[in-house]
Design a protein around this ligand. Structure first.
Ligand SMILES: Cc1cc2nc3c(=O)[nH]c(=O)nc-3n(C[C@H](O)[C@H](O)[C@H](O)COP(=O)(O)OP(=O)(O)OC[C@H]3O[C@@H](n4cnc5c(N)ncnc54)[C@H](O)[C@@H]3O)c2cc1C
Length: 366
């Protein structure tokens, strides 16, 4: 059986690894001149770590990612709103996106990775299965679902970067919530730290100095935020407006095509689950494909993935609304008081339905 994966982002390459694991022949067609990921870090949540374990890659990702550290949410002055010690939390691993992509690619033969190839129509592809992993602006989704509205601006713009390697490896994973703005810290384990700043703003804003723009918002917040800016080469700061596919698709499959990752369910990043969902999608799709004919496999994939990913996209949107999008000082004070009052274990328990996911077994296609 032969699959063509359109798009070599984190979702596409994971799909290729997973389909090969169940015995399929796979090519990944990527329009860019080379494979890789730009951007900063990505938090690989326990659910996605289990999916990577099913592919035999979790140990390597753990080796290059964050060591087990505590985490928490704070206010801009550094006062704790909620705190989770390392023992309470199953290990979430932060890695540089480029490193994660490299680990995934290392599980694929070079010959199945094809660059400089932009797919214009699925009709041109000779395959039993086409995996559309072509991202939030998916051309394949637009062709197959012409009536689905385009992705929309989620109201937030975000800056991301990675510092030079000068931070202690036990720096905490943290999120700081201020009115209309948040800052996040993901230590990468080798002394580098991935950080992001997100703020409510009109779409399309740009500055000649994005480092200064982000620093203007949060540069006087608690330690280590100013130090993180000092350790960040300004030219490495990237800025993205956050978009999402706000209208859920009625199905993720059509004919022999499966939509996967952002092509199927581009979501806001507030739960840190966008790439994690793409990784889960890949393993579920491959497990379904190992069982039997493609149309049954695709029906199974859609049945398993659509409810979960659409529920998580919705939860992420809601979290943004009660998180950094709150600007009214009274509402912010009430939110902060509520967070202080609720024990961390209650929050951790609330996340179990997202983080507790277990991947299906991957058996060989027969
Ligand atoms: C600010 C921000 C922070 C985030 N933080 C996190 C996080 O901490 N944790 C998390 O899990 N997720 C996070 N996400 C979400 C995550 O980045 C995405 O969900 C994930 O990268 C989607 O992967 P993908 O492979 O589906 O799509 P993409 O990464 O967009 O890959 C699509 C690929 O397809 C290629 N392509 C497109 N069209 C064609 C074509 N016609 N022919 C051939 N190739 C094509 C593109 O060049 C690209 O390489 C974040 C997102 C943002 C914006």
């Amino acid at each position: 059986m032969k699959a063509v994966v359109v798009g070599g982002g984190l979702g596409g390459v994971t799909a290729a690894v997973a389909l090969r694991k169940v015995g399929w022949e796979v090519s990944v067609l990527e329009r860019a001149p080379e494979f890789g990921e730009v951007g900063a870090g990505v938090g690989v949540m326990p659910n996605a770590m289990r999916a990577l374990a099913a592919l035999g890659l979790a140990d390597e990702v753990r080796r290059i990612g964050t060591p087990r550290v505590a985490g928490g949410v704070r206010d801009p002055r550094g006062r704790s709103l909620t705190r989770v010690d390392a023992a309470q939390l199953e290990h979430m691993v932060a890695v540089h996106r480029a490193d994660l992509h490299r680990v995934l690619r290392s599980a694929l033969p070079e010959a199945c990775l094809v660059t400089d190839t932009e797919v214009r129509s699925v009709d041109e592809l000779d395959a039993d299965l086409v995996v559309a992993a072509d991202g939030i602006r998916s051309r394949i989704r637009q062709a197959l679902f012409p009536d689905t509205p385009q992705p929309v601006y989620a109201g937030t713009t975000a800056w991301r970067s990675v510092t030079r390697a000068e931070f202690p490896p036990d720096l905490e994973i943290s999120q700081t919530l201020g009115p209309g703005t948040e800052f996040g810290v993901l230590p990468l384990g080798d002394g580098r730290v991935c950080w992001y700043a997100a703020t409510v703003a009109p779409a399309g804003g740009r500055s000649d100095d994005e480092w200064a723009e982000a620093r203007r918002l949060v540069g006087d917040w608690h330690h280590p935020i100013p130090a993180l800016f000092d350790a960040t080469p300004p030219e490495t700061v990237i800025r993205h407006d956050i978009h999402e596919l706000a209208t859920p698709l009625p199905t993720y499959v059509r004919g022999r095509v499966a939509l996967l990752g952002d092509a199927a369910h581009a979501m806001t990043p507030y739960l840190g689950q966008g790439a994690c969902m793409a990784i889960e999608d890949a393993v579920v799709l491959a497990a379904a494909c190992a069982k039997g004919d493609v149309s049954n496999a695709l029906a199974e994939y859609d049945r398993q993935r659509r409810p979960r990913t659409q529920a998580i996209a919705k939860a992420s949107r809601v979290l943004g609304r009660v998180g950094h999008k709150l600007r009214n000082p009274v509402a912010v004070a009430m939110r902060d008081a509520a967070m202080r009052a609720v024990p961390a274990r209650v929050g951790v328990r609330g996340m179990t339905k997202y983080l507790g996911w277990v991947p299906p077994e991957l058996s060989l296609y027969r």
